[in-house]
Design a protein around this ligand. Structure first.
Ligand SMILES: CC(C)(COP(=O)(O)OP(=O)(O)OC[C@H]1O[C@@H](n2cnc3c(N)ncnc32)[C@H](O)[C@@H]1OP(=O)(O)O)[C@@H](O)C(=O)NCCC(=O)NCCS
Length: 259
C-alpha cells in the first residue's frame, strides 16, 4: 500500500514531476538473461532483520502486487539529459573499464576484474527481474551510450537499518563533475516514491567518499551520525569499513517538491 502522504498527493506530485526535468517512460524492454553467480561484493543474502524495531517501512523484496505492476512502468526513466534504461550486452566493456579504474574504485576495497563486472551485470539484471526496479544503465542522450549506473537496489547484507531500499550510483570518471549523478538520482528517487510508493530510501558510502555524500545531500537526503555503521562485507580494521547512512522519507521528498 502507498504511504498516506504519497497516496494523497500522488496526482499533484505527478503533475509537478511532469513539469520538471524528467518523465517516466514505459518501454517494457527489460532483457531477460539467466541469473549469474553473484560476486562477493553483490552476493545475495536474503536475511531480513524482521525483529529489528528500527527497520524501515518497506520490506523488500516483497513489494505489493500493485507496486510490482507499477515497477513494470519504470524500466526506462528519462531526464533532461539522461536515459536510465535496461542494460545491454554492449554495456559490459565500458562497465568493466570503469570498474577497473582506481579513481572510480577509490572507496571500494578492490578493483573489479572483467569477469566480476560481467557477474555484477548479471546480478543487476536479475535484480530487475526479481524486484521490477534496479540499477539502471545510464546514457547521456545523444552523446554517450553508457556512462555508468544510477538506481535503486535491495542491499544484500545485514545491518541495523535493514530491510531497506538503497539509492546507488557509479559513473565513469570522465563523466564526473557535470551533475549527471544528481540528475539521475533525482529520477530514481521520484520513481521510488511516486511510482513504487516507497516510504523511505537510504543511501550509504564510506565515510570519506565526499563526492558521493554531496550527491546524497543535493538530492535532500539526511545524515545522522548515530546511523554510522561498519560495513559487514569489509574486513575489520580496513579504512573503508566505516560507512555513513543517509535517509529520505516520502514525506520529506514530497515536501521538497513544493519548495
Ligand atoms: C559518486 C559520483 C557518481 C559523483 O559524481 P559527481 O560528478 O561528483 O556528481 P554529479 O554528477 O552529481 O556532479 C556534481 C558536480 O557537477 C557539477 N556540475 C557541472 N555541471 C552541472 C550541471 N549542469 N548540473 C548540476 N551539476 C553540475 C556540480 O557543480 C558538482 O561539482 P562539484 O563536485 O565540484 O561540487 C562519482 O564520484 C562516482 O561515480 N564515484 C565512484 C563510485 C562511487 O563512489 N559511488 C558511490 C558509492 S556508494
Amino acid at each position: 500500500m502507498r504511504s498516506p502522504i504519497v497516496g494523497a498527493r500522488l496526482a499533484h506530485i505527478l503533475d509537478l514531476l511532469a513539469e520538471d526535468s524528467w518523465t517516466n517512460v514505459y518501454a517494457g524492454e527489460l532483457e531477460v538473461r539467466p541469473p549469474g553467480a553473484p560476486t562477493t561484493e553483490t552476493a545475495i543474502d536474503r536475511r531480513v532483520a524482521i525483529s529489528n524495531p528500527r527497520r524501515l517501512a518497506v520490506s523488500p523484496p516483497v513489494l505489493s502486487a500493485r507496486q510490482q505492476r507499477s515497477a513494470c512502468n519504470s524500466s526506462v526513466l528519462t531526464t533532461a539529459r539522461l536515459r536510465l534504461r535496461p542494460w545491454r550486452d554492449e554495456d559490459l566493456e565500458p562497465f568493466a573499464a570503469l570498474n577497473a579504474d582506481p579513481r572510480v574504485r577509490e572507496f571500494f576495497p578492490s578493483l573489479q576484474t572483467h569477469q566480476e563486472s560481467a557477474e555484477s551485470m548479471r546480478y543487476i539484471d536479475d535484480h530487475f527481474r526479481r524486484h521490477g526496479f534496479g540499477l539502471w544503465a545510464v546514457e547521456v542522450i545523444g552523446h554517450a551510450s553508457f556512462i555508468g549506473f544510477v538506481g535503486l537496489s535491495v542491499p544484500s547484507f545485514d545491518a541495523p537499518f535493514m530491510p531497506c531500499i538503497e539509492l546507488g550510483y557509479r559513473l565513469a570518471f570522465e563523466h564526473w563533475g557535470r551533475g549527471y549523478a544528481t540528475e539521475g538520482a533525482r529520477a530514481a528517487l521520484a520513481c521510488g516514491f511516486a511510482t513504487l510508493g516507497l516510504a523511505d530510501i537510504v543511501a550509504m558510502t564510506a565515510v570519506g567518499n565526499v563526492r558521493s555524500r554531496r550527491v546524497m545531500e543535493r538530492v535532500g537526503m539526511k545524515y545522522h551520525a548515530a546511523d554510522d555503521f561498519d560495513h559487514p562485507n569489509i574486513v575489520a580494521g580496513h579504512p573503508l569499513r566505516r560507512h555513513v547512512l543517509y535517509r529520505l522519507t516520502a514525506h520529506d521528498w514530497a515536501a521538497a517538491l513544493h519548495e
